[in-house]
Design a protein around this ligand. Structure first.
Ligand code: AHR
Length: 320
């Protein structure tokens, strides 16, 4: 190894050691929404793993779906003087005051997986998918699947007022606009949960002639799709055949449903939002490197042609 290569290696080892030493000294607060879905539970465990890997002390607060609990938790983190705050905001609005308090306390805030309607200078960065794109990918898949056939779609929306519910609806509508054979005939929130997805789908089936008028269900997450699949089966129809099922997340259960022929497409959302968030934070703490305001994760489409058994196996142990 040349002298210069040795120098470069020593410098990179020193940089890695100093940033991991810096990360190891950090205490971070994480205000999580709750555990409404398989994806959410995976995000929680991946975030804990990512913090542990870096030697970060993570203070975890489960808000049980309530924004007021999140605000209370963030205020608690500020009072404790944490080094940074991660927050997955349950809804888009109502964050200005608490984020301003964090800013005044000079505590950087990083948004995970959902956005806020607030000034961008109130958070360091946001690590999330392009949720409009997710809806668009799902809608484009349906357009391709039904071709010229008439298709009445029922839509299971996510939590009212959350950015994924707003944006996934928008993206899907953009994809089917101009395809007059496809229309959304019913749309209601299932709050991103399996039980509400099932309950709302039962209502849709009753309202639409026992389901005979429905060609597809578009669910804003896989858990609601899995609930809908159960409702379709209970109604004596075949999910995946009589009624197409398209959703978002890429959790193991939707791949199991694909293996069983009961689901047709999903758009993957990685549960690892914390990895890029903590890397951005480490660089910021080390030398003030300001990350991009939006760090966008991938949105990949999976169908039964994409080895669903392999995808199921690959995800087991990854926080699911
Ligand atoms: O914000 C991401 C969404 O929230 C996931 O798609 C869903 O499963 C979760 O509850």
């Amino acid at each position: 190894m040349t002298y210069f290569k040795k120098l470069a290696l020593a410098a990179s080892i020193a940089t890695a050691l100093s940033s991991s030493a810096m990360a190891a000294d950090m205490t971070i607060g994480f205000s999580q929404i709750g555990s409404e879905s398989g994806w959410r539970a995976a995000e929680t465990s991946v975030t804990k793993q990512q913090a542990e890997k870096r030697g970060i002390t993570l203070k975890f607060a489960d808000a049980q779906q309530k924004q007021e609990n999140q605000i209370k938790a963030i205020r608690g983190f500020i009072a404790q003087g944490v080094d940074a705050i991660l927050v997955a905001p349950v809804v888009a609005t109502g964050w200005d005051d608490v984020l301003t308090e964090a800013k005044e306390a000079k505590i950087p805030v990083i948004l995970l997986d959902r956005g806020v309607d607030a000034s961008q200078d109130l958070y360091l960065t946001s690590v999330a998918s392009d949720q409009v794109k997710e809806g668009k990918v799902a809608g484009d898949w349906l357009v391709g699947a039904v071709k010229d056939k008439d298709c009445k779609v029922v839509e299971l929306q996510g939590t009212v007022g959350s950015t994924p519910a707003i944006n996934r609806k928008k993206g899907f509508e953009e994809a089917i606009a101009g395809h007059n054979n496809i229309s959304i005939v019913r749309s209601q929130t299932g709050d991103f949960t399996r039980s509400k997805g099932k309950e709302v789908m039962e209502g849709f089936l009753k309202a639409e002639n026992g389901g005979k008028g429905i060609c597809a269900v578009y669910a804003h997450n896989d858990d609601m799709a899995v609930g809908a699949i159960q409702a379709i089966k209970d109604a004596g129809l075949k999910p995946g055949t009589d009624i197409l099922v398209v959703s978002i997340d890429g959790v193991p259960d939707i791949f199991a449903a694909m293996v069983a022929g009961e689901a047709n497409a999903t758009v993957e959302l990685t549960p690892n939002m914390a990895g890029p968030a903590l890397d951005a934070l480490a660089a910021y703490k080390k030398d003030g490197t300001v990350p991009p305001k939006f760090i966008i994760t991938e949105s990949k489409l999976y169908t039964p042609a994409d080895n669903p058994q392999g995808e199921y196996d690959a995800r087991k142990g990854l926080g699911y």
